[in-house]
Design a protein around this ligand. Structure first.
Ligand code: SF4
Length: 212
């Protein structure tokens, strides 16, 4: 990565950590993936039950692989193809000690935007486990909340859709058409603007480009 980009991420990371903490989130800035992996593992006591979903950035950091290889009880639906079994594992995440996820976008003033098709991820963020860990690259940070919603809807969702190939307008064009299809992956839009109880949601920000 260019030194200028690194310095830019570092400076914005410092501002974002301060603004997240003002909203009662726990927040940490890590300069790179290796530091982020250490921080996530430091936050989760061995023996904990841990699930994840919508966590591409955490996967790129190596979190899921480390947890599966370590002394944790993981709830891993990634290798499962049976829909009923996947749903069962999604629901099991509500009883986990920790849930790891990502952010579709963040505003520099410390608010998070996430879009969901089924609703399990946003449900877990809102009223799921006692501990939520969000791993996010600094490429997700937008100047304002309005910009963050725009990013989530017009960048993150159409890219995410390419993984599924469902018959939605953005599959063919890459452009969001604000669809109302039965297969839309944009059914719930969550803005997390403050953390209650304080410290329940923990951000591990990474000074790299991660996810989409
Ligand atoms: S076209 Fe539909 S599925 Fe695609 S990003 Fe827009 S709302 Fe989501």
């Amino acid at each position: 990565m260019e030194n200028a980009t690194r310095a830019y991420f570092d400076k914005r990371g410092e501002v974002l950590v301060k603004n997240l903490r003002r909203r009662h989130f726990d927040a940490y800035y890590c300069a790179d993936r290796a530091a982020a992996l250490s921080k996530v593992l430091e936050l989760i006591p061995e023996g904990s039950t841990v699930g994840w979903g919508g966590a591409t950035s955490a996967s790129q950091v190596g979190v899921q692989a480390a947890l599966n290889a370590g002394n944790y009880q993981t709830i891993d639906r990634d290798p499962v193809s049976d829909p009923a079994e996947r749903t069962k594992l999604m629901r099991a995440c509500f009883d986990a000690d920790y849930f790891i996820t990502g952010a579709n976008a963040l505003s520099l003033d410390g608010q998070m935007v996430n879009i969901d098709g089924v609703g399990n991820r946003v449900g877990l963020i809102v009223y799921g486990p006692k501990h939520i860990i969000v791993v996010a690259g600094m490429n997700k940070v937008c100047p304002t909340l309005e910009d963050a919603v725009k990013r989530a809807r017009t960048v993150a969702a159409p890219i995410n859709q390419q993984r599924f190939g469902l018959p939605n307008p953005c599959t063919g064009t890459g452009v969001c058409a604000d669809c109302l299809t039965e297969t839309s992956i944009c059914n719930q839009i969550l803005i997390t603007r403050n953390c209650k109880p304080a410290g329940r949601i923990k951000f591990v920000l990474v000074g790299e480009e991660l996810g989409f």
